[in-house]
Design a protein around this ligand. Structure first.
Ligand code: VGL
Ligand code: ZN
Length: 219
């Protein structure tokens, strides 16, 4: 028998080239660009967090022009959750539902659906899934169905923070079968421990994520 058994694909993805990065098969995922992370007055400020906003907005424009879907995630915690230090977790209270800190950054251009995570006290970092409070079972957030419904087979991830929600979202993207790229100019790390950002980038490369751009400020 001649010919390939492979289902025809649209050819290799050159995510590195901004001119060919987006198309109808691509979803741009903007992770947690919220005041508590991006604003210096936020309770879990990520250094350089607000610097990424103009770059993210430019990507959103580029994505929409090329027919790609744009989806936002939002950390959306109740006042008490095992995610917070006061309730057994490791983080100061942040992104509490309905507060200023949980709001998306005021200069972020919001042009697509928002997927919230942690709303019922679930723990975890991925935009795709949360861990329930009891057994640690993964619960899907709706991001996968939102992207798949739009026809995305590839995702471009940016936002906050490199070493937590960006990393977990990109790794889940690979696990779910998306070709996945991360935009290094448009991510920043929390760095609870120095070096966490760079280690996160190494994990992403090992998992097959395409890193686009310069690592210096991303990690
Ligand atoms: C995040 C820590 C706690 C993030 C969320 O968006 O990266 N980090 N909750
Ligand atoms: Zn959180």
């Amino acid at each position: 028998m001649s010919g390939s058994l492979r289902v025809p694909r649209s050819g290799p993805w050159s995510a590195v080239d901004p001119g060919s990065r987006y198309g109808p098969q691509v979803g741009l995922v903007i992770v947690d660009v919220q005041n508590d992370f991006a604003d210096p007055a936020g309770s879990l400020h990520v250094r350089g967090g607000s610097e990424i906003v103009p770059l993210v907005n430019a990507e959103i424009e580029r994505a929409l022009q090329a027919g790609a879907a744009v989806v936002y995630t939002q950390d959306w915690h109740p006042a008490h959750t095992p995610h917070f230090a006061g309730d057994g977790g490791i983080w100061p209270a942040h992104c509490v539902q309905g507060t200023w800190g949980a709001a998306l950054h005021p200069r972020l251009s919001v042009r697509g659906p928002i997927v919230r995570k942690g709303a019922h006290g679930e723990d975890g970092y991925s935009g795709f899934s949360m861990r329930d409070q009891a057994g640690g079972h993964p619960i899907p957030t709706g991001l996968d169905t939102t992207l798949a419904r739009g026809g995305a087979t590839r995702i471009v991830v940016c936002g906050l923070a490199t070493d937590y929600c960006v990393k977990a979202t990109a790794l889940d993207g690979v696990r779910l079968g998306y070709e996945t790229a991360v935009l290094l100019d448009a991510v920043r790390a929390v760095e609870l421990r120095p070096g966490d950002g760079n280690r996160a980038l190494d994990e992403l490369v090992a998992a097959g994520v395409v890193l686009v751009g310069d690592r210096t400020r991303a990690g």
